[in-house]
Design a protein around this ligand. Sequence first.
Ligand code: NAD
Ligand code: DAO
Ligand code: ZN
Length: 379
Amino acid sequence: MSTAGKPIQCTAAVAYAAKQPLTIETITVGAPRAHEVRIKILNTAICHTDAYTLSGADPEGAFPVVLGHEGAGIVESVGPDVTNVKVGDHVIPLYTAECGKCKFCLSGKTNLCGSVRDTQGRGVMPDGTSRFTNSKGEPLLHFMGCSTFSEYTVVADVSVVAIDPTAPFESVCLLGCGVTTGYGAATKTANVQKGDTVAVFGAGTVGLSVAQGAQRREASRIIIVDINDNKEKVSREFGATDFVNPTKLPAGQTIVQKLIEMTDGGLDYTFDCTGNVNVMRDALEACHKGWGTSVIIGVAAAGKEISTRPFQLVTGRVWKGSAFGGVKGRSEMGGLIKDYQNKKLKVDEFITARRPFAEINDGFEDLHNGTCLRTVLKF
Ligand code: NAD
Ligand code: DAO
Ligand code: ZN
């Protein structure tokens, strides 16, 4: 019997308050309205941004909410006026929408789309309401326009892309955030070129994806910096030519000095993939005078600010940031999927654990075990 046009009851993990485990319960997911798409989520991974919001460190984090933004599934039904996807399409929800019509989309300068920005930030659909209610009839907030920690979710049509149906959900869900973010930061935001030197701070899914982007572009040197020695092996597997643990340098030597020494004056490109503002400064200052560019990808804790001496910029270093790797999800996801299928983009290698969705709270614990890249949950 078709569920189109009707509310669906399904399992979801609800975050009722910061620092509390998620509650696995049955919620009701309303039918998609105009320009909305209801998706049956097959797989979702847990990203640090979900943990960051759950920790209460995100000043914009609001509760109760259905978290999750790295997922993949099948379109169950669509509301009126949806033309870009249809029932049965395999899809990835996008936390960075692409309407193709707004000032941002038309600028050709950014992947940040303005079409659903305000309502997405407030945890509601573009019409200002939620499609999620719990068993008490209380509305639950949406998260990053995706809310993939629910067996069914509703997203705006500008926030979803159809993908090749032969691509495995379990893997390509990771293209919904971490892999795309790092790979895009290297190949689009920085646009690393053959022979460039690159340093990546932080060997998580994002940093390792920067490394594989830099390797694809034939960077001459890819130095990964991480405080966790367990990350050396995996760093080299993702293209690092060197691995440096900044806590193990000789007394008196800073990581900036070490990197400048290793590269005859500094890097062409550096990337912060830690979210630590002190690391962001080091990353900037390890850039080569005159042209080095540092890209901030990490999300810093609330209230944190970056600083450096202005002279660092006066003398030609460039500081910039990157959201979702500068990737326009609806236009460019297909190319990433193809790269994955043609073995030009590693994705499977990031899956360090697989769990049933019911173990989502254990999945959050996995994030702290020192070797976790991504835990993928299956509904
Ligand atoms: P992760 O926690 O898996 O990886 C972070 C790595 O940084 C770890 O290996 C850790 O050991 C290392 N690290 C921590 N402190 C360090 C230090 N002082 N020096 C060197 N290394 C250090 O995280 P991830 O999933 O790879 O995400 C990385 C960051 O990117 C997070 O802040 C996340 O919120 C952010 N993020 C940003 C975007 C975006 O669009 N800008 C998208 C996704 C994730
Ligand atoms: O358009 O003003 C805006 C905000 C866009 C949100 C981009 C968020 C990127 C950083 C968070 C990534 C975590 C997955
Ligand atoms: Zn737009």
